[in-house]
Structures are given as C-alpha cells and as structure tokens.
Design a protein around this ligand. Structure first.
Ligand SMILES: C[S@@+](CC[C@H](N)C(=O)[O-])C[C@H]1O[C@@H](n2cnc3c(N)ncnc32)[C@H](O)[C@@H]1O
Length: 384
C-alpha cells in the first residue's frame, strides 16, 4: 500500500524543485511535482546520496517525474541475493592466487599481477553476463517480433550477438563486450573525463559488465547511467522513419526496473554511482542532459531511429573529445540511418569502426554545435 510520507520543497542551486516522498512497501519514492530546471549537475545526484546516508529510514533513492524518474536503488534492494563477489573482492582474490602461482612456477609473466587479475575477472564476468557460463542449461531466443521462441544455443551466434540470451543478462555477445572493455580502458588510460551511459539496457548485462570494468580499474568516480523505459520499445508513432514501426511488439525486450537493478545486485556491481533513468528517451533525455556534466562513453542500443536521435541530440554535446559513441545496432537498423542523418546535419564524418556483423563505434574528435532546432522541428534530414 502506498502512502505519502513527506512533502518538501527546496531551492537547488539554479532550479526550484518540489517533490514528495512516497512509501511503496519498502521502497521510498520522490515524485518531482515540477521538473528540475537547469539543475547544477554536481548537486543533482549528490542530493540523492545525501538523503540516503543521512536518513537511511527515509532514503529517497527514486526521483520520479510526470514522464520519467531517476533513482539509485543501492540501499533499497535488500532482499535480492548477491550471487557474485564485488569486483574489488575478485581482484584481491585473483591477485593472491597469481602471486602464489608466480612463487611456485618457473614461467614468468611480464604482465603485472594486477593486470592479470583484472583480465581474469573480465573474462569471468563476460561468461556470466552472456549466459555462456551456464553451459548446456543456456538456450537461444530467436530475435523476432511477437512471442519468443526458444532454440538450442549456438555459441558462435552468441559470441557475435546474433541471438537473444535465455539465462544471460545481455544479448550483445562476446565481441561487443570485449570492444567495450577496450574502449573503457582507452578512455581511462588517456584520462578522458566523463561517465558511462547505456541507452537501451534490456536485462542490464552490458552495463553490468561496464560497471565491473569501471570498478575493477578503480574508476568509481565515474557514474553509470542505466537508461530504459523498462517496459520495451516505444510505438514509433512519431513518424520519424518508415522503419520505426512494430518494435513495441517484442514482449521479450520489456524488463522491469526492479529486475534490472536486481541483476546488478546479483552480479556484485550495484553501488551508489549506478543511476537508473526510467522513461522513454524522448521524455528522459532532455532532463537527464541538464544533470550530466560529461560523458566518456555513450552506448546506444535502442534499435529505432527515434530512440537514437532522442539520445544523440541531447547527449552528444556532453561527450568529451576523445570519448566514444557505440552503436549496438549499425548494420541494417534504422538507428544507423539516424546516425548518418546526424552526421550529415552537423557536417561531420567520423571514422566508423565495425565491431562485428551488427555493431560499430566512432570516436569524437571535434566539437560539434548541436543543431537543436532540427530536433524541435523534427527536421533530421540535412536537406530539410
Ligand atoms: C536490444 S535491447 C538492449 C540490449 C542491451 N543493451 C543488452 O545488453 O542486452 C533494446 C532496449 O532498448 C529499450 N528502448 C528502446 N527504445 C527506447 C526508448 N525510446 N526509450 C526507452 N527505452 C527504449 C527497450 O526497452 C529495450 O530494453
């Protein structure tokens, strides 16, 4: 049973916020009565955590607006089991094992114990999120509109991200996971500032993997934004592209926020810097953009034209020079058309690098003035 427990208003640094705190079972929710205006990004998420730490009985992890909500479920997922150890524990344990092995074996490895421990953990986590760790218990779901169909697992298709996982937490496949790991390591080594965001997370497996890398490599000052409707793809009724219809008829892609947060907890990577953003991107991205200072990696996996322009027009300006955009759906998807139109409309032609048969990424090498009027007028084609 839900009941309102608090009604508070306060002045943020540059925006006036009124919110209510609502108790739903064991979950406390803050409802934004007016949408955050021009809020300073340094305080936007700190407010959430301060509330949690100072008053654990009334933690306000969830911020809900009329159209979307932002929440950090770190303290509230108390009943879900944690299946895996935290990344830091894995690294410590593996490092002890490597050190001992080094002391008793003749072969010397030129890589440091830390590097080998991280690499071993990443291989392990990859097998977990892809579902390949489940062996004969894992199956494939054939990508299709309508009800899901279960077939025998083909490991090659799973590695290439060509099927949908049955027990696994991601459908992106091993090659794309290794690529994300490489891009994260690249931005860390070059000190490219900013957070990680995935728009379109399904069960959360790719973002879980990325959080594992962020933590194992001591980059926990970077947030992970986990963005989804958590109820599937939108109806495509904005008529932005003629390939945008029908995507809402895929019930297998609708995974509730509580389940995704539970998947983070199970994998040992749920922490206060994992921020869930719930809502269709057309509603969530304009507000989220006001709260984010910079991004190092943007991973777009929303398949559709509209799901791509909603993110690019609001967040590409936040991407640091040297940062990356990963397009999960490049070959044969309307999201690719959206990117090509975005390039053309902004007079840029970045080198797009293919990861596997479906996926690609590019590096941002120049400042781009976002032609936001195009978004407001829905004129995404450069000739418009
Ligand atoms: C192909 S799945 C993502 C797969 C995921 N990245 C993984 O690692 O397995 C697409 C996801 O995008 C979400 N999505 C697509 N378009 C969206 C939109 N416009 N707003 C919110 N969520 C969207 C769907 O709900 C779905 O969870």
């Amino acid at each position: 049973m839900a009941y309102y427990c608090l009604f508070v208003s306060f002045l943020a640094s540059s925006g006036f916020i009124i919110f209510t705190c609502q108790r739903v079972g064991r979950i406390n929710v803050i409802d934004f009565m007016t949408v955050v205006q021009e809020q300073d990004s340094s305080t936007a998420f700190a407010d959430l955590r301060t509330a949690s730490v100072e008053n654990p009985e009334q933690v306000c992890h969830e911020v809900e607006g009329a159209e979307f909500r932002i929440f950090c479920p770190f303290f509230q997922i108390v009943t879900d089991p944690q299946v895996l150890h935290a990344p830091e524990d894995w690294i410590t344990r593996l490092a002890a094992r490597f050190s001992w092995l080094d002391s008793i074996t003749a072969e010397q490895d030129s890589r440091s114990v830390e590097t080998r421990s991280q690499a071993a953990y990443f291989e392990f986590l990859e097998m977990y999120v892809t579902g390949l760790c489940f062996g004969a218990a894992e199956y494939s779901i054939e990508p299709s509109f309508g009800p899901p169909t279960k077939v025998a697992l083909n490991e090659d298709r799973r590695r290439g991200g060509l099927d949908w996982a049955y027990l696994g937490d991601t459908m992106t496949g091993s090659l794309r996971i290794k690529s994300v790991r490489g891009l994260l390591q690249d931005v860390f080594s070059k000190n490219i500032s900013g957070h990680f965001i995935e728009t379109g997370v399904w069960r959360g497996g790719m973002s879980i993997f990325a959080r594992g890398v962020i933590r194992a490599m001591n980059q926990t000052h970077r947030k992970s934004f986990v963005c989804d409707s958590f109820r599937g793809l939108p109806p495509g009724d904005r008529d932005l592209d003629n390939q945008d219809k029908g995507w809402d008829n895929m019930p297998y892609l609708a995974v509730a926020d509580e389940i995704v947060a539970g998947n983070f907890k199970a994998a040992g990577v749920l922490d206060p810097n994992v921020i869930f953003v719930k809502g269709f991107f057309k509603d969530s991205m304009p507000e989220l953009a006001k709260m984010i200072d910079s991004l190092a990696i943007m991973r777009l996996d929303g398949d559709m034209y509209e799901s791509t322009v909603d993110v690019l027009y609001h967040l590409y300006g936040k991407l640091s020079i040297g940062g990356y955009v990963i397009m999960d759906d490049w070959t044969g998807f309307p999201s690719r058309t959206a990117c090509l139109d975005f390039f053309s409309a902004h007079g840029i032609s970045p080198s797009v690098i293919l990861v596997d048969d479906l996926s690609a990424y590019w590096q941002k090498n120049e400042h781009v003035d976002i032609q936001y009027w195009r978004y407001e007028q829905l004129k995404f084609k450069s000739e418009a």
